[in-house]
Design a protein around this ligand. Sequence first.
Ligand SMILES: Nc1ncnc2c1ncn2[C@@H]1O[C@H](COP(=O)(O)OP(=O)(O)OP(=O)(O)O)[C@@H](O)[C@H]1O
Ligand SMILES: [Mg+2]
Length: 484
Amino acid sequence: MRILRRLTIGQKLTSIAMLSSFAALVSASIAFLAYDLHTIRQSLARRILTDAQIVGFNSVSPLLFNDAETATTTLGGLRAEPAIVAAIVRGQGDARPFATYFRDGPSAARLALPAHVAPGPVFAADHLLVSEPIRFEGRPIGTLVIQADLAEIHSRQRRYAGIVLAVLGGSFVLALGISRLMAKTISRPIVRLADTARAVSSQKDYSVRAPAEGRDEIGLLVGTFNEMLDQIQRQDSDLKEARADLERRVDTRTRDLAAANKELEAFSYSVSHDLRAPLRAIDGFSKAVLSGYGPQLDERGRHYLERVRAGTQRMAQLIDDLLGLARVSRRQLVRQRVNLSEVAGQVAAELARRQPSRQVRLDVQPGLSAEVDPHLLTIVLENLMGNAWKFTGKKAEAHVEVGQRADGPEPAFYVRDNGAGFDMEYADKLFGAFQRLHADTDFEGTGIGLATVQRIVARHGGRIWAEGGVDKGATFYFTLERNP
Ligand SMILES: Nc1ncnc2c1ncn2[C@@H]1O[C@H](COP(=O)(O)OP(=O)(O)OP(=O)(O)O)[C@@H](O)[C@H]1O
Ligand SMILES: [Mg+2]
């Protein structure tokens, strides 16, 4: 059965047809041979029995007159039946033969005719024995036993077996031809259907059709399959149209959005830029008032003017940061392979130079690299490492780590510190412009750094997220599309 499974449909059909016709032929031949054997044995037995009856009848008077010579001559008449090998007449109750006949001479007759043979024909493997009682006036006076060989039956059976084999061989060839032809008519449409299904699934070409053949169940199957393809093709083209329409709409929207964004950026840029001049005027004139009219003012007046100047300077800082954020969006992205470990080392050196009193243990994983805009990536590391530096300011043993995570769902770079940390509840607020989770008095800053970082990461096609806990430090992860 396992071999059958590996065959093609055509081969399966041919084998089934061949096996069944072969089985039918073999059983018919066996039945025919058996019937023929039975008939020929019957006819031989009948023939020999008739001979026995005639010879038996003719042996009555020789037996009565004890004339062995005539009895032998009578037995010699059996020569007419070539199947008879030997015959023997015995007187009643006499074990010695009264008269004998041997077809091939007495020397060839090694046949030991049994003394008592049941009346009638008895078949042995290679001979037939017929025993006929010889009677006179109803009283048994002797017995005639005839032995015949089965050579005739055997040669006839050999001939028949030869004929049966020849017929079987001929029918085998004929059946093979016919069943192949028939199998082809059944398997061809199925094979074509399978080819079509394969073409559809591998090339996603729904325009192909299986050739229609016949009106039987396979023809029905092919028709239904083609109808199904019609439907799929229609749905596919509808889907393609809908997708094209969607893409067109997304395109238009994206273009509108990009234009609006550009306008907004230009607006915020020029606003920030234009705000600087009046701010400089306020600061400049406050300074002039302080230096020119300082002595005329009392302590409180001078303090107020100092506060005005501090306010304008903070606002100038805010505007500078905003401009930096705007520049990050406007700047063209130029990717090249950058050694992140090296940049992190430079940023750390600069941070250490600015605050020589700080002791920060720094661990940078060597060999970090990515295909990014080097200028923008430096801004990312400056901000993230700057924050790590800043928020570990109150720790006795500050520790900052830069590396790449290999175990997560996506490879991500990270900057980790053991500083003040933050409440995870507000983790999503970190990246908004001017959003700060720490008081100005604890850690100074404008709250624009992470917004800038997020914009740069997004422009690279990556994402940024943070993990941390209050007083448990913070880790900032970011991915950059097309990183190694
Ligand atoms: N490493 C960190 N540990 C703890 N909190 C952090 C860390 N980095 C950022 N934060 C929190 O996120 C807020 C936003 O950070 P962001 O860098 O944008 O602003 P900033 O550092 O306060 O100011 P700046 O604009 O000068 O960077 C911070 O005020 C702080 O509350
Ligand atoms: Mg910052």
